[in-house]
Design a protein around this ligand. Structure first.
Ligand SMILES: *[C@@H]1O[C@H](CO)[C@@H](O)[C@H](O)[C@H]1NC(C)=O
Ligand SMILES: *[C@@H]1O[C@H](CO)[C@@H](O)[C@H](O)[C@H]1NC(C)=O
Ligand SMILES: *[C@@H]1O[C@H](CO)[C@@H](O)[C@H](O)[C@H]1NC(C)=O
Ligand SMILES: *[C@@H]1O[C@H](CO)[C@@H](O)[C@H](O)[C@H]1NC(C)=O
Ligand SMILES: *[C@@H]1O[C@H](CO)[C@@H](O)[C@H](O)[C@H]1NC(C)=O
Length: 272
């Protein structure tokens, strides 16, 4: 009996504490509505019945502190220059009270998608990679890739031998295996969808033939061949002299004795 009574008291105490905590941490704060577009947009928070005198304000976006002051007003604002992909996000106004009171204002936009490179290229037979990013808020719920065709864009199906799509929140990657010079070049579009809508970015793909990739190398080979040919022809013209030199057991004087030229040829013929 006594144990039960004690438990009851503890429970009652816990409930009272929870109740007081909740009412203390829950003063009335009016926030400006969610923002979805505009220039020089002002967001605000307005507190009534703060839990203790206000000693300052702060605005944060994620972990980043945007502004802070030591004013005592029950009203605080923050100005957003332009609502776009970068400025979108979760904003938090904080009243410096005991305990601090904070509220959130959402700045939401349609996805702002950017292509990592507007134009990619690969060699025939290689794997082509195209990347798009989207850092706007709210996060992307779905990525889709299309190949742009003159009539209807063709959705790219993931997980075939040809196409692999890897998407992770703010980034998507399309890999095209075994690039084909006829079928694969063209324009692709990566579309991102979030709560507010869909938008995309275009990436161009060029495919070079294997031969084109080899051109610089072939150029060098050609140069070497021409050089070798020239040397060969030159050597061939001089050859009679040298053959003779060798036959003569490398006797040096012959080489430095041009007047003997006729003689040598005669002798060579005889030797043959
Ligand atoms: C504001 O945006 C957030 C996040 O997108 C959403 O959960 C909330 O319902 C929105 N509030 C209003 C009033 O539209
Ligand atoms: C802030 O709150 C006060 C009192 O609750 C109200 O009179 C005033 O209009 C509010 N201001 C804004 C900008 O919401
Ligand atoms: C696409 O398929 C690959 C493998 O088949 C898988 O790893 C990947 O998660 C898929 N991507 C999407 C966006 O479904
Ligand atoms: C976007 O991707 C980068 C790089 O992976 C990551 O650091 C960042 O936290 C992501 N941003 C969001 C909003 O998810
Ligand atoms: C993909 O995005 C483009 C450009 O933002 C848009 O015109 C097109 O309608 C989107 N496609 C789909 C299927 O949503």
């Amino acid at each position: 009996m006594r144990a039960a009574g004690a438990t009851g008291l503890v429970l009652l105490g816990a409930l009272l504490c929870a109740g007081r905590g909740a009412s203390g941490a829950d003063p009335i704060v009016e926030t400006s509505p969610n923002v979805t577009s505009g220039l020089d947009v002002v967001i605000s928070c307005n507190i009534s019945e703060p839990p203790s005198p206000i000693t300052g304000h702060m605005w944060k976006k994620g972990d980043k502190i945007l502004t802070s002051d030591k004013e005592t007003s029950d009203y605080t604002t923050y100005k957003i220059g332009e609502v776009n992909g970068d400025s979108s996000g979760v904003y938090e106004c904080i009243f410096e009270t005991d305990p601090p009171v904070s509220r959130t204002v959402y700045v939401t936009v349609k996805p702002h998608v950017t292509a990592y490179k507007k134009s990619e290229h690969g060699n025939e037979g290689d794997t082509g990679v195209m990347i798009c990013r989207c850092n706007s808020y709210p996060p992307v719920s779905q990525w889709t890739w299309y190949k742009i065709k003159s009539d209807v864009n063709e959705a790219i199906i993931n997980g075939t031998e040809k196409f692999i799509i890897k998407s992770s929140g703010n980034k998507t990657e399309l890999r095209i295996a075994n690039l084909d010079i006829e079928k694969d070049p063209g324009e692709y579009i990566c579309n991102a969808t979030n709560e507010l809508g869909t938008s995309g970015a275009v990436v161009g793909l060029r495919v070079r033939s294997r031969l084109a990739a080899l051109w610089p190398f072939l150029g060098i080979v050609a140069e070497v061949l021409i050089l070798v040919t020239i040397i060969f022809i030159y050597e061939k013209r001089r050859k009679p002299d040298e053959v003779l030199d060798d036959d003569d057991g490398g006797s040096a004087p012959l080489k430095s004795n041009p007047p003997n030229h006729k003689d040598k040829n005669v002798r060579q013929r005889n030797a043959n």
